[in-house]
Design a protein around this ligand. Structure first.
Ligand SMILES: [Cu+2]
Length: 283
């Protein structure tokens, strides 16, 4: 039995609406990465969830139409003949352009407002030359007193220099909770990429460059740091699962011990950026 096109359209529309609602409800239940350990991670998870919610009805529409067509419009047994010719459909074209335009403009609006918002660190007071933390204040408690940490990529690990604490060095990134942190990412040898997945931070670590990333920690717990740029034979081993966001008091104890301990790694004297040796003069 041949049904009029309107019957198919109404069926598809009802099935699409029902399945889309179900899909969006499921999408809203998902806990998407990178999580809630930092404000940047929260922002990224929210954006990922928003994109999932917006794309779910589109996904449902495409897959539903393919499955429906495969069953309902398939070639029946018998003579092999062409379907009726199609000369375009003005309403479908207008709807297609209108719906995709609305989605694109909504995403553009969100992108622009996110870029302009404070959560990307634009109203952080960034200082290339680190300032000493004021004693008695929570570390990184205000934007003006953001904790400055230099992240140094090298074959094949990252080291961290706490410029506010006499350049104390650590093999693990330990940060206080509820703190604004400015990460100065650089490298002493070749290209690396600093990726603290749970913190939602990924930044190129290049020699001679002070690449600044902003971070606001929200929750204590451990996190993993990886190198995300192929950097030699032990690149795959450039992982540290002992990064941690700790309480302010634990951080104070830890940093005090770090300042008096022997340095783990021989590094050149503190500088905003480093060059591989032999160092090129004047660059
Ligand atoms: Cu690397």
């Amino acid at each position: 039995m041949i049904r009029p096109p309107r019957t198919h359209a109404i069926r598809l529309l009802i099935a699409w609406a029902v399945l889309s609602v179900v899909g969006v409800v499921i999408a809203l239940q998902l806990h998407l990465p990178p999580g809630d350990q930092s404000q940047q991670a929260v922002d990224q998870s929210w954006l990922l969830q928003l994109m999932t919610v917006i794309s779910t009805p589109v996904f449902v529409g495409v897959v539903l139409f393919i499955i429906y067509s495969a069953f309902v419009f398939r070639q029946r047994r018998g003579a092999l003949e062409d379907g009726p010719p199609s000369y375009g459909n003005f309403r479908v074209q207008v709807a297609w352009v209108a719906i995709t335009s609305v989605i694109v403009f909504i995403l553009a609006g969100i992108g622009i407002s996110e870029l302009a918002s404070s959560s990307n660190g634009t109203n952080f007071t960034s200082a290339n030359q680190p300032t000493l933390a004021t004693s008695g204040q929570p570390v990184g408690g205000t934007e003006a007193h953001a904790l400055q940490v230099q992240v140094i990529g090298q074959q094949w690990y990252f080291t961290y220099r706490y410029a506010d604490y006499g350049g104390a060095e650590s093999l693990h990134l330990i940060l206080p909770v509820n703190a604004n942190v400015v990460l100065h990412v650089t490298s002493t040898d070749i290209l690396h990429s600093f990726w603290a997945y749970q913190l939602g931070i990924k930044a190129d670590a290049n020699p001679g460059v002070d690449n600044i990333s902003y971070l606001t920690t929200l929750r204590t717990g451990s996190f993993t740091v990886r190198c995300a740029e192929l950097c030699g034979i032990w690149h795959g081993n450039m992982v540290d699962t002992n990064g941690a966001v700790v309480s302010q008091s634990n951080f104070a104890t830890w940093i005090a011990a770090l300042q008096t301990s022997a340095k783990d790694v021989p590094l050149p004297p503190y500088a905003p950026a480093y060059f591989p040796s032999p160092r090129v003069k004047g660059t």
